[in-house]
Design a protein around this ligand. Structure first.
Ligand SMILES: NC(=O)c1ccc[n+]([C@@H]2O[C@H](COP(=O)([O-])OP(=O)(O)OC[C@H]3O[C@@H](n4cnc5c(N)ncnc54)[C@H](OP(=O)(O)O)[C@@H]3O)[C@@H](O)[C@H]2O)c1
Length: 242
């Protein structure tokens, strides 16, 4: 159905919630999955569970990314590794946090795309890249100054990469999820005074699950989306449409 059988796909952030859910679905679809992240124990556990190949590397280091991506005969990439940053306004932001959000969410994803797409072009078999962005890139959310900037820049990378790589039959898309109630999200969105007004403005009126995000990632990676490139797809229960 997805045409991913036997295809090699790198998923960064595979030691996290959305990345691991994506790995599970890609393995079910028959892909050979390389699971990126830093936490080797979590990647080993995911490998035991799914049969994916642990592939740890650091998204803040160009050398680490180049070494990790070179030599993999990739057809697909999911740039899912990410850093949530801080809750701050433009008046009180810690610029070191801004730099870290850009380093991981934007620069890291661009470097993975750079080295992966070089190899994909060389192989000449096309491919597909999905960047895990955020609803925070599409609308203004309180307190999200650094994170939003890093993900909006990622959406720009998606569009320009789609333009540049289309001639090689490599598609590049973003998904822009709403909140998945992970530990990272709960300290903010789990507060009733923050979460309830937010959900009341969302037509589907619930938090997303990891699988809600992983399914559209697999769709955008595979053949069912063969004519789709350069989009930023909200997975947000309708929040950004209203
Ligand atoms: N959760 C949400 O509500 C939500 C909503 C919208 C978008 N997103 C985006 O979805 C993606 C996954 O989020 P999640 O909820 O699954 O988060 P998570 O569970 O915190 O996972 C984050 C992942 O990023 C990896 N990572 C962080 N820094 C890294 C670095 N320097 N080098 C390599 N890997 C690094 C982590 O690996 P290690 O732990 O092994 O270092 C982990 O695998 C992120 O890009 C996030 O911004 C999340």
């Amino acid at each position: 159905m997805y045409g991913l059988d036997g295809k090699a796909v790198l998923v960064t952030g595979a030691s996290g919630g959305i990345g691991a859910a994506t790995v599970r679905k890609l393995v079910q679809a028959g892909a050979n999955v390389y699971a990126g992240g830093r936490d080797g124990e979590k990647l080993d556990a995911l490998a035991t569970e799914t049969g994916c190949t642990p592939h740890p590397f650091d998204l803040t280091s160009e050398d680490s990314i180049r070494d990790a991506v070179a030599g993999l005969e990739l057809w697909g990439v999911v740039n899912c590794g990410g850093f949530g940053g801080e809750l701050a306004t433009p008046m009180d932001t810690d610029i070191a946090i801004f730099d870290k959000a850009i380093a991981i969410n934007t620069r890291g994803a661009l470097l993975v795309t750079k080295y992966a797409s070089q190899a994909m072009v060389e192989r000449g078999q096309g491919g597909s890249i999905v960047n895990v962005s955020s609803q925070a890139a599409l609308v203004a959310l309180s307190g999200h100054i650094s994170y939003a900037a890093s993900k909006a820049a990622l959406d720009s990378i998606t569009r320009v990469s789609a333009l540049e790589l289309g001639r090689y039959n490599i598609r590049v898309n973003s998904v822009n999820p709403t909140v998945v109630m992970t530990k990272m999200s709960a300290f903010y969105w789990g507060r009733p005074e923050i979460g309830e007004p937010f959900l009341s403005q969302m037509p589907l009126n619930r938090w997303a699950t990891e699988d809600d995000i992983a399914d559209p990632i697999v769709f955008l990676l595979g053949n069912g989306s063969a004519m789709i490139t350069g989009v930023s797809l909200p997975i947000d229960g309708g929040f950004t449409a209203c």
